[in-house]
Ligand binder design. Structure first.
Ligand code: CA
Length: 230
């Protein structure tokens, strides 16, 4: 190998490594609230962000809905909130943050290069107290979809260069009993936009402009109960 060729290879490696890093760098999670700084309107970041790192493997979906294989992450919201933000990126971006829930599925598959075109929903149940949360209670609960998102331009592109990652914000609607952000059990539904298998690592974040003391984010009801009954 001649010297020039070696240098070119080295440059290519550096370029690809940088490209991958920049492709997966998450920006601050902004709320829908803005404040005026001089003549500019600037979005105010959420102050409470909980991160969940997971891995979805084909054939382990929780439900097939409208032909899509849906996976759920349960969410306990401990206080009344004005707005909730949810975003998801696949493959999981590496982040430095407080409040990271790392699932065992993620730990076991963190080397995986698989990723999927995310599609997310935020759903609220008719369960409003911790005491009502059980496998059976959740199986019989009714769920109302508050918001959904497929692709968001606010999210980093996937390693293939496509804007396929998801972000949603939902503001509480106090005029609608089904649409207000009360204390209660919620879930983040996720699937892949195209009908097919969901496979790969992901990072999901739940965010609020008010503190969520005792928030819970878990793949299963038993893990959620362990978290919120600590
Ligand atoms: Ca998508």
């Amino acid at each position: 190998m001649n010297k020039l060729f070696k240098i070119l290879i080295a440059l290519l490696v550096v370029f690809l490594a940088t490209e991958k890093l920049s492709a997966q760098k998450l920006k601050v999670f902004n709320s829908s609230i803005t404040k005026k700084i001089g003549p500019k309107k600037v979005a105010v970041p959420y102050t409470d962000v909980t991160s969940y790192m997971g891995y979805a493997s084909p054939g382990t979906e929780d439900e097939i809905k409208d032909g899509k294989k849906f996976y759920y992450i349960y969410l306990w919201i401990p206080v009344v909130v004005p707005e909730i933000g949810v975003r998801m990126i696949s493959p999981a971006a590496s982040i430095k943050a407080k409040n990271i829930v790392q699932s065992s599925e993620y730990t076991e598959n963190s080397d995986s290069k698989d990723y999927f075109d995310t599609y997310i929903t935020l759903e609220r149940s008719n369960i409003f107290t911790k005491q009502e949360i059980s496998e059976e209670g959740v199986a019989n609960a009714s769920w109302n979809t508050l918001a959904r998102n497929d692709d968001s331009s606010e999210m980093p592109k996937n390693p293939g260069g496509r804007s396929y990652n998801s972000l949603l914000r939902y503001e509480s609607n106090l005029n609608d009993p089904l649409g207000s952000l009360t204390v209660g059990l919620y879930r983040i539904g996720f699937t892949t936009y195209k009908t097919g298998e969901v496979s790969g690592t992901f990072l999901a974040q739940v965010a609020s402009s008010v503190k969520l003391p005792g928030v819970g984010v878990a793949k299963t009801i038993s893990t959620l109960l362990e978290q919120i009954n600590d």
